[in-house]
Design a protein around this ligand. Sequence first.
Ligand code: URA
Length: 304
Amino acid sequence: MDELELAAVQRAVVQRLDDFRRAGLTHWKRIVPTVPEPGLPAPARAGASTTSVAASMKPATPVRSEPVPREQSRPPVQPEPQVTSMAPKRSAPAAPPSAPVVIQPFQPLDLPPQERVTQLKILADKVKACVRCQELASTRTQTVFGVGDPNAKIVFVGEAPGADEDQQGEPFVGRAGQLLNDIIKACRLKREEIYICNVLRCRPPGNRLPSIEEAGNCREYLNGQLAIVNPEYIVCWGSTAAKNLLASELPIGKMRGKFYEYGRSKVICTYHPSYLLRNPAAKKDVWEDMKFLFKDMGIDLSAK
Ligand code: URA
């Protein structure tokens, strides 16, 4: 192969990888060796960077195609990050040697509280000007970035703005939002104590599902928000959030009831409030999921 051909192949490979990244792919399936590799690198833990939000938005390092519940992930070489919550101290699980490696797909930041406000504002301004998805940019009333406490312990991730959110510029303000507020209240929290955002920051016309390409285009912003807020917990509301964040193909019902990891955050997946509006019987499942989450924080939601 001469140099020109080689350069063309290289360009094609880079282009292809970029297509995958923009489509939201964060992991490649790793062929797990039957013999443990002693020199295998430990998963990259969150670094101490406090300056660059851009650094947190680098594309994910591809490793796996299925989300790995926290319990199964390879124990990190570095100590677990300090948890300043009521949560019981987490001990590193002893993973079997054949457990798949999890490489953190993005870099959470340790920003001081005021800096989080500043960085979120900078990112929100960038989102306001975004025209990556031509159709969404030309049909939106405004972008819907996120709302809540930049220092929240819990981040909620939904799907995409609907008509009400598009009008008001805030996530979860329509009927699904009212139900979400009820759930938050039942968990003895206030909406302002949580940070709330979506996979997409623009309303898909007719409330259709976000396309893979749109989710990929918006991933940089979602990752940016998660890196800045750097929550202890993330709740994926519905399968769009769960599938996109965790690069999973599993139905939401199969993803419930376990913790996954994303950066430093523990992630749970549950049904979307819009689904609950159509299927009120599933509210009890969501309540179970909330109890599961809060139990991990040392809070028993069943107690009076
Ligand atoms: N549904 C979502 O997923 N997000 C919103 O912001 C509103 C409804």
